[in-house]
Design a protein. Sequence first.
Length: 112
Amino acid sequence: MRKRREFSPEYKSKLVLEVLREENTLSEIAARESINAKQLGNWKSEFIRNAGRVFSQSNNEKAAMQETERLQEKERDYQAKVGQLTLENDFLKSVYKKISGQEFETKNGFKY
């Protein structure tokens, strides 16, 4: 069974803007991108229907979006730090094992 293709919002926007510029017809763009013309038409309709939201976002929505972006960035930083600390921890365990000749044992009884 063929898996459904998924398109990013950026890709959809790029195609819709190209349709709106009217340099090529909707059908030509759809054929070039191997997308059903009806689907591209639906994206265009949705884009036009929601265009007003760009200018009408409340301050609360903008603040929430900025907070979300800030938290996502913070999460990426934490994930990078966890990865770094994991590598350092594994390295130190291997050095300990080589130096002492025995496995490292935690207070919980886990051996490494």
